[in-house]
Write a protein that binds this ligand. Sequence first.
Ligand SMILES: [Zn+2]
Length: 96
Amino acid sequence: MTKQELNRIFDNGKYAWPGGYEILLIMDDGKTVCFDCAVDNRNQIEEALTAGYRDGWKPAGWMLAEEMDLSPGEAVLCAHCNRVITQAEEEEEVCC
Ligand SMILES: [Zn+2]
């Protein structure tokens, strides 16, 4: 991810348009951080990106919460605030 991309994400806001899906950051250690935490820690994230720190704040990319590839029942938590950003529905029991 480049600095320009990061700025664009912050400029565009929490929800992607169209669709209204929540944006989340994928950090270079594979963890996910919700948009609110990204805004709260914007300076740290920008610094990690610019300086190439591997302190867990360097963003590798971004995704829409709804586009995460999840197994049934699996949840995506924010690595910072532990909020459930998105959760896949449990698999329906196949009966009869
Ligand atoms: Zn968070």
